[in-house]
Structures are given as structure tokens and as C-alpha cells.
Design a protein around this ligand. Structure first.
Ligand SMILES: [Zn+2]
Length: 291
């Protein structure tokens, strides 16, 4: 399976895989007792592997063809243990979307597993030559500054990120913004900073339907109910917690499904409120189409 699609009003939101790994992820649950998080994840040992998807989303039906997060990219096959590595373009083609059709690319943030397909080779050729690439201005400032060196996880990928950004900028395709940004009458970018300085999420709302593409504000569905279980690589942990709480509250208030690139395919999270007002989530695998 390389894609899973849900309908949101007249739009179609497809989670598209750029590769699938099975690996341990203790570092996603820093500060939590393993006895608390292991049952929520479905493992019985802290170092037990579970399924992690890499990739992004394609949204169509609102007059645009928008990619939200762009996977590992053309060198995905170099990632040890990644099955279906670099599948995103072929998975998009199976949905009827060719690279030249894409007119907007939104990056929730610039970690290497989210901006890979900005370019399709080592020379910096653009994968989506007709797309405007939208990145929060704080995110671009961070990855082009020395501050990125303070977190090893970020420093190690900074060279690749800068090369990809440079290719997009040189082509006149980079658009930076701050705060909220309207992409169409169905899509809005929302600031959800913390995982990185300029991390954003995307709200898709059309008719009675809504979905939130949460990027790495949520690595695992269990993070919706447990905003304090944080990855060790967070730039601003307390801001991450607030962003997660905002996403969960928005999902409950708008009856929005939550999706994120690293959720196993196909996974959507539904959120409601308990009688005392707390948010409560349920993961579901009920989608319209898989390919
Ligand atoms: Zn990621």
C-alpha cells in the first residue's frame, strides 16, 4: 500500500508513502514511563519495532493540486531498512497526479524526511517545476542560521536542507510567510511551532468535512491524547505541547480528522470530548480508497 485517501467535502486528501520502516522509537516518548506509552503504541518492550511511514499528502478538488510534505526524496533508498523507498512520485502517479500538475507545495517543516522531493537529483532539478513552495519564514531563517547546530539531529541534515532550499529559491519558487496563510477556500496553513521553530499544520475544511494535516506535531496517534509525550528532538518542548493541545481542540471543535505523515498507512484519528470537556481520540483505518 502506498496511498490512502479520504474525502473532505469535495476535496480528496491522500496520504502518500515515500517509504515504510519498522523500527524502535523510544525517543518519541521522552519523559513518559514505558509502562504508560507501550500499551498505547501496541508494543511490550521499549525497544520493540513498530511501523513508521514516511511521506506526505496530496490534496485535490479545491482548484489546486497541493503537496503537503515531500518525503525523503530521490536518495530514500540509502535509508537502511526503508521499504518502498522513494515511492512518493509513483504513488502520486497512481492517483493520477503528475509532478507538473502540482501548483503548491507546503512544508510543515524542513527536516530531511519532509523536504526530500523538492528536488529530484543531486544537481537540484525541481521535482515539481510549476509549484510555489511555501515555508514559514521562521523555519527558513532557522535552517539557514548557525542556530541549527545546537541540535545534532538537525545539524546532520542541514546541508541537504540548504541545498534543496537554494534550488527552490534560485528558481524563484520559494514563498515565505508568518502566521496563518489561506491557500484556497478549503485550505489554511496554521502555525503549530515547537517541533521546529516554524513548524506548521494544514487545515482542510470543506462543506461538513474537515481534516488537519499535523506534520510532526504528532508522530504517533497516541500523541493526540498525550501531548506531553515528546520526541527528544523538539526545538521548543513547551511550545510543542501547546501546539498539540491546539490541534486536538481544533479537531474536536471542527469534527476534523487528524492525519500525519508518520502515522501507519492508513490511519486517521477522530477526536471528540468527554462529558467533562477533555479531548479523547480514536484511531481508525476507515478510508475511502487505498492503492
Ligand atoms: Zn518527520
Amino acid at each position: 500500500m502506498t496511498s490512502a485517501t479520504i474525502k473532505v467535502g469535495r476535496t480528496r486528501v491522500s496520504h502518500v508513502s515515500d517509504g515504510v520502516a519498522r523500527g524502535p522509537r523510544q525517543y518519541w516518548f521522552t519523559g513518559a514511563d514505558p509502562d504508560e506509552w507501550m500499551p498505547a503504541v501496541g508494543v511490550t518492550q521499549p525497544d520493540a519495532p513498530f511501523t513508521v511511514t514516511f511521506g506526505g499528502f496530496v490534496v485535490t478538488g479545491d482548484g489546486h493540486v497541493t503537496v503537503v510534505d515531500a518525503g525523503y526524496g530521490h536518495r530514500a533508498h540509502e535509508i537502511p531498512g526503508l521499504a518502498d523507498a522513494g515511492a512518493m512520485p509513483s504513488a502520486m502517479a497512481a492517483l493520477g497526479v503528475e509532478p507538473g500538475d502540482v501548483d503548491q507545495v507546503v512544508l510543515t517543516h524542513l527536516h530531511t524526511d519532509h523536504c526530500g522531493w523538492l528536488t529530484k537529483d543531486d544537481q537540484g532539478a525541481l521535482t515539481f517545476p510549476n509549484a510555489t513552495v511555501l515555508v514559514n519564514e521562521r523555519e527558513v531563517a532557522y535552517w539557514t542560521s548557525d542556530e541549527v547546530d545546537a541540535i545534532a539531529f538537525n545539524r546532520n541534515g542541514a546541508g541537504e536542507v540548504r541545498a534543496r532550499l537554494r534550488a527552490i529559491k534560485d528558481a524563484g519558487r520559494l514563498h515565505t510567510f508568518d502566521g496563518e496563510l489561506r491557500l484556497s477556500d478549503a485550505m489554511t496553513v496554521l502555525p503549530t511551532h515547537g517541533h521546529t521553530p516554524g513548524h506548521v499544520s494544514v487545515l482542510v475544511a470543506d462543506g461538513d468535512g474537515a481534516a488537519i494535516l499535523a506534520g510532526d506535531a504528532l508522530h504517533h496517534p497516541a500523541h493526540v491524547d498525550h501531548p506531553c509525550w515528546l520526541p527528544s528532538v523538539e526545538y521548543a518542548p513547551s511550545e510543542s505541547i501547546r501546539s498539540r493541545e491546539r490541534i486536538a481542540a481544533l479537531a474536536a471543535d471542527r469534527n476534523a480528522k487528524i492525519l500525519a505523515p508518520h502515522f501507519p498507512l492508513p490511519t486517521i484519528v477522530n477526536v471528540d470530548r468527554t462529558p467533562d470537556g477533555h479531548v479523547r481520540s480514536t484511531a481508525s483505518h476507515d478510508v475511502e480508497d487505498v492503492t
